[in-house]
Design a protein around this ligand. Sequence first.
Ligand code: FEO
Length: 165
Amino acid sequence: MDNKLLENLNKQLNKEMYSAYLYFAMSNYFININMEGFAKVVRQQAKEELDHARKIYNYLVARNEQITLMPIDAPDTNWINPTDAIKNALSHEQFITSLFNELFELARNTKDYATEVFLQWFIEEQVEEEDKFRTLLEKMDNIDNCDCEIMHIDRNLKIDKEYVE
Ligand code: FEO
Protein backbone atom coordinates (compact mmCIF):
# COMPACT_ATOMS: atom_id res chain seq x y z
CA MET A 1 0.00 0.00 0.00
CA ASP A 2 1.13 3.53 -0.67
CA ASN A 3 2.92 4.98 2.40
CA LYS A 4 0.83 8.13 2.63
CA LEU A 5 -2.39 6.14 2.28
CA LEU A 6 -1.28 3.77 5.05
CA GLU A 7 -0.30 6.68 7.29
CA ASN A 8 -3.67 8.35 6.76
CA LEU A 9 -5.60 5.12 7.38
CA ASN A 10 -3.76 4.76 10.68
CA LYS A 11 -4.62 8.39 11.48
CA GLN A 12 -8.25 7.66 10.62
CA LEU A 13 -8.26 4.71 13.00
CA ASN A 14 -7.15 7.18 15.68
CA LYS A 15 -9.80 9.72 14.64
CA GLU A 16 -12.53 7.09 14.99
CA MET A 17 -11.33 6.32 18.51
CA TYR A 18 -11.31 10.06 19.21
CA SER A 19 -14.87 10.27 17.85
CA ALA A 20 -15.93 7.59 20.34
CA TYR A 21 -14.29 9.63 23.13
CA LEU A 22 -16.07 12.76 21.95
CA TYR A 23 -19.48 11.07 22.07
CA PHE A 24 -18.80 9.43 25.42
CA ALA A 25 -17.88 12.90 26.74
CA MET A 26 -21.06 14.31 25.22
CA SER A 27 -23.06 11.53 26.86
CA ASN A 28 -21.59 12.57 30.23
CA TYR A 29 -22.54 16.17 29.54
CA PHE A 30 -26.16 15.21 28.83
CA ILE A 31 -26.35 12.87 31.83
CA ASN A 32 -25.15 15.71 34.06
CA ILE A 33 -27.95 17.98 32.87
CA ASN A 34 -30.53 15.16 33.18
CA MET A 35 -31.13 14.66 29.49
CA GLU A 36 -31.09 10.92 29.13
CA GLY A 37 -32.59 10.88 25.65
CA PHE A 38 -29.75 12.89 24.13
CA ALA A 39 -27.27 10.91 26.23
CA LYS A 40 -28.63 7.69 24.73
CA VAL A 41 -28.30 9.01 21.17
CA VAL A 42 -24.66 10.06 21.54
CA ARG A 43 -23.74 6.94 23.50
CA GLN A 44 -25.07 4.86 20.63
CA GLN A 45 -22.96 7.01 18.32
CA ALA A 46 -19.87 6.26 20.45
CA LYS A 47 -20.56 2.56 19.96
CA GLU A 48 -20.73 3.06 16.20
CA GLU A 49 -17.42 4.94 16.24
CA LEU A 50 -15.72 2.03 18.00
CA ASP A 51 -17.09 -0.16 15.27
CA HIS A 52 -15.63 2.13 12.60
CA ALA A 53 -12.22 1.92 14.30
CA ARG A 54 -12.52 -1.87 14.38
CA LYS A 55 -13.38 -1.99 10.66
CA ILE A 56 -10.25 -0.02 9.77
CA TYR A 57 -8.14 -2.12 12.12
CA ASN A 58 -9.45 -5.37 10.59
CA TYR A 59 -8.85 -4.07 7.09
CA LEU A 60 -5.22 -3.21 7.81
CA VAL A 61 -4.75 -6.67 9.37
CA ALA A 62 -6.27 -8.30 6.29
CA ARG A 63 -3.93 -6.31 4.06
CA ASN A 64 -0.96 -7.31 6.22
CA GLU A 65 -0.09 -3.65 6.78
CA GLN A 66 1.63 -1.96 9.71
CA ILE A 67 -0.80 -0.74 12.38
CA THR A 68 0.32 2.30 14.36
CA LEU A 69 -1.73 3.13 17.45
CA MET A 70 -1.40 6.78 18.39
CA PRO A 71 -2.48 8.60 21.57
CA ILE A 72 -6.13 9.63 21.65
CA ASP A 73 -6.74 13.34 22.31
CA ALA A 74 -9.09 14.38 25.10
CA PRO A 75 -12.18 16.05 23.64
CA ASP A 76 -13.03 19.67 24.33
CA THR A 77 -16.20 19.61 26.45
CA ASN A 78 -17.15 23.24 26.98
CA TRP A 79 -20.65 23.03 25.52
CA ILE A 80 -22.85 25.89 26.66
CA ASN A 81 -26.19 24.16 25.99
CA PRO A 82 -27.64 21.05 24.26
CA THR A 83 -27.86 22.80 20.88
CA ASP A 84 -24.20 23.75 21.10
CA ALA A 85 -23.26 20.10 21.75
CA ILE A 86 -25.29 18.76 18.82
CA LYS A 87 -23.86 21.51 16.58
CA ASN A 88 -20.42 20.28 17.59
CA ALA A 89 -21.47 16.71 16.67
CA LEU A 90 -22.57 17.85 13.20
CA SER A 91 -19.41 19.88 12.52
CA HIS A 92 -17.27 16.98 13.75
CA GLU A 93 -19.02 14.60 11.33
CA GLN A 94 -18.53 17.09 8.48
CA PHE A 95 -14.83 17.13 9.31
CA ILE A 96 -14.71 13.30 9.35
CA THR A 97 -16.46 13.25 5.96
CA SER A 98 -13.74 15.51 4.55
CA LEU A 99 -11.08 13.08 5.84
CA PHE A 100 -12.77 10.11 4.19
CA ASN A 101 -13.05 12.05 0.94
CA GLU A 102 -9.31 12.73 1.06
CA LEU A 103 -8.60 9.07 1.80
CA PHE A 104 -10.79 8.00 -1.11
CA GLU A 105 -9.02 10.38 -3.46
CA LEU A 106 -5.63 9.11 -2.35
CA ALA A 107 -6.72 5.47 -2.82
CA ARG A 108 -7.93 6.35 -6.31
CA ASN A 109 -4.80 8.30 -7.24
CA THR A 110 -2.54 5.47 -6.09
CA LYS A 111 -4.70 2.87 -7.89
CA ASP A 112 -5.44 1.02 -4.65
CA TYR A 113 -8.80 -0.32 -5.82
CA ALA A 114 -9.37 -2.58 -2.78
CA THR A 115 -9.03 0.41 -0.45
CA GLU A 116 -11.27 2.49 -2.69
CA VAL A 117 -14.02 -0.14 -2.41
CA PHE A 118 -13.42 -0.48 1.34
CA LEU A 119 -13.83 3.28 1.81
CA GLN A 120 -17.13 3.40 -0.07
CA TRP A 121 -18.96 2.05 3.00
CA PHE A 122 -17.62 4.91 5.13
CA ILE A 123 -18.55 7.53 2.57
CA GLU A 124 -22.16 6.31 2.58
CA GLU A 125 -22.11 6.05 6.38
CA GLN A 126 -21.03 9.70 6.66
CA VAL A 127 -24.09 10.82 4.69
CA GLU A 128 -26.25 9.05 7.30
CA GLU A 129 -24.30 10.44 10.25
CA GLU A 130 -24.45 14.03 9.05
CA ASP A 131 -28.15 13.62 8.31
CA LYS A 132 -28.83 12.25 11.81
CA PHE A 133 -27.34 15.27 13.58
CA ARG A 134 -28.60 17.81 11.04
CA THR A 135 -32.17 16.55 11.47
CA LEU A 136 -31.87 16.70 15.24
CA LEU A 137 -30.37 20.17 15.09
CA GLU A 138 -33.15 21.46 12.83
CA LYS A 139 -35.70 20.37 15.43
CA MET A 140 -33.71 22.12 18.15
CA ASP A 141 -33.06 25.29 16.16
CA ASN A 142 -36.74 25.69 15.38
CA ILE A 143 -37.59 26.10 19.03
CA ASP A 144 -34.83 28.57 19.79
CA ASN A 145 -33.43 26.62 22.71
CA CYS A 146 -36.53 26.96 24.90
CA ASP A 147 -35.74 24.63 27.80
CA CYS A 148 -39.16 23.01 28.01
CA GLU A 149 -39.15 22.15 24.31
CA ILE A 150 -35.63 20.76 24.46
CA MET A 151 -36.78 18.57 27.35
CA HIS A 152 -39.71 17.43 25.26
CA ILE A 153 -37.31 16.37 22.45
CA ASP A 154 -35.19 14.63 25.08
CA ARG A 155 -38.18 12.62 26.35
CA ASN A 156 -39.04 11.57 22.80
CA LEU A 157 -35.46 10.49 22.13
CA LYS A 158 -35.49 8.48 25.33
CA ILE A 159 -38.35 6.31 24.11
CA ASP A 160 -37.31 6.31 20.43
CA LYS A 161 -36.62 2.67 19.50
CA GLU A 162 -34.22 3.77 16.75
CA TYR A 163 -31.63 4.55 19.38
CA VAL A 164 -30.48 1.58 21.39
CA GLU A 165 -27.50 1.52 23.71
FE1 FEO B 1 -16.91 7.27 12.33
FE2 FEO B 1 -18.85 9.50 12.96
O1 FEO B 1 -17.61 8.80 11.81
